[in-house]
Ligand binder design. Structure first.
Ligand SMILES: [Zn+2]
Ligand SMILES: [Zn+2]
Length: 347
């Protein structure tokens, strides 16, 4: 099979012919229909994670058609179209049995702990415990985002920080996950402000219904949020993974506000200097979040199938496997608006 392979930090992915993946006894092999390019891929590409073994096929935000199913698999058969959450939990440990699959100690992550889906085929172990049927009416490019960014945003808002209608939600970073949080926050009845430094991203957020779009490249964006929200947001989402936006997110809250760290702090950003006086005096809550337990898919799919959110505008670019490298490099700077999704795999 054709795959885009990372052979060294910051090197262009090599398009190689690899052996077709073997089917795990408890898993499936998918023909990949679509795979999104995510900032987490960029983290691996830059070498920020030294526990990743190269060469590696990246890509953790995918959907596909089952072309082989292992002998232990009971829920899926050849021909099924499925979405895989990027965290493949064991389904059997105490945390998994308590519904907390995102903290499973033995989790497998395609594109990280094993080959991912920037390839024509991907092996997905633990299929019964993790896969979700792709609704017939949903286009693969959209469904791919349900493996990472959209589910992460959904779980942050509804599973972690319990966003309520009428609350002010401020989102720091209007990339894929930030835009998804904006669309979902609006659908949940919140008022949403989006902050970024790229004018095109702010325009897109505003076009898609953001109540306010704040340009952080000029003026004081925290003061701007405090003014718009009448004293601070109820909930702030950090969707980039850097100290500046995490600090600003905390400072943009009203007293008793909640902040969710969605962006992945890696490398030099792994440890941050934060305004803990604001956490103390404002009695703020800080949540970390990462992915979504697979059992929560029906809640999100029901919202989408009901037509309450249109995710289509999230897709900025449909690209070929050969174009992943340039999309990864683009995350070095402020990336262009919308998500890039591989939909052409060649052959
Ligand atoms: Zn991701
Ligand atoms: Zn587990």
């Amino acid at each position: 099979m054709r795959a885009a392979v990372l052979t060294g930090a910051r090197k262009p992915l090599e398009l190689l012919d690899l052996p077709d993946p073997a089917c795990p006894a408890d898993g499936v092999v998918l023909r990949v229909l679509a795979c999104g390019v995510c900032r987490s891929d960029w983290h691996v590409w830059t070498g920020a994670d030294d526990d990743v073994a190269l060469p590696l096929v990246l890509g953790h935000e995918f959907c596909g058609t089952v072309i082989a199913a292992g002998r232990e698999v009971t829920r899926w058969r050849v021909g099924d179209r499925v979405i895989a959450p990027f965290i493949l939990a064991c389904g059997a440990c105490a945390d998994c049995r308590a519904g907390q699959q995102t903290i499973c100690a033995t989790q497998i992550i395609p594109g990280y702990t094993q080959h991912g889906a920037f390839a024509q085929e991907v092996a997905v172990p633990r299929a019964d415990a993790n896969l979700c049927a792709l609704p017939d009416a949903m286009e693969p490019a959209l469904a791919a985002a349900l493996g990472c960014r959209v589910t992460t945003a959904w779980h942050a808002l509804t599973g972690r920080a319990a966003l309520r209608p009428g609350e002010w939600l401020v989102i720091w970073g209007a990339g894929g996950v930030g835009l998804a949080a904006m669309l979902l926050g609006r659908a949940l009845g919140a008022r949403v402000a989006v902050v970024d430094v790229v004018a095109e991203k702010l325009d897109l957020a505003q076009d898609l219904g953001a109540d306010a779009a704040i340009d952080a490249s000029s003026g004081d964006p925290v003061a701007h949020v405090l003014q718009i929200t009448g004293g601070g947001a109820d909930l702030a989402i950090e969707a980039l993974g850097i100290a500046t936006t995490t600090r600003n997110a905390l400072k943009s809250l009203r007293k008793l506000g909640r902040m969710v760290q969605i962006g992945l702090p890696a490398g030099a950003e792994a440890e941050m200097l934060l305004p803990m006086d604001a956490v103390y005096s404002g009695q703020l809550a800080i949540y970390g979040t990462r992915g979504m337990p697979a059992w929560r898919y029906p809640s999100l799919l029901s919202l989408l199938e009901g037509g309450h959110v249109n995710l289509a505008p999230l897709i900025g670019r449909r690209i070929a496997l050969s174009q992943v490298s340039e999309e990864l490099a683009a995350f070095d700077g402020p990336a262009p608006p919308g998500v890039a999704v591989v939909t052409e795999f060649g052959g």
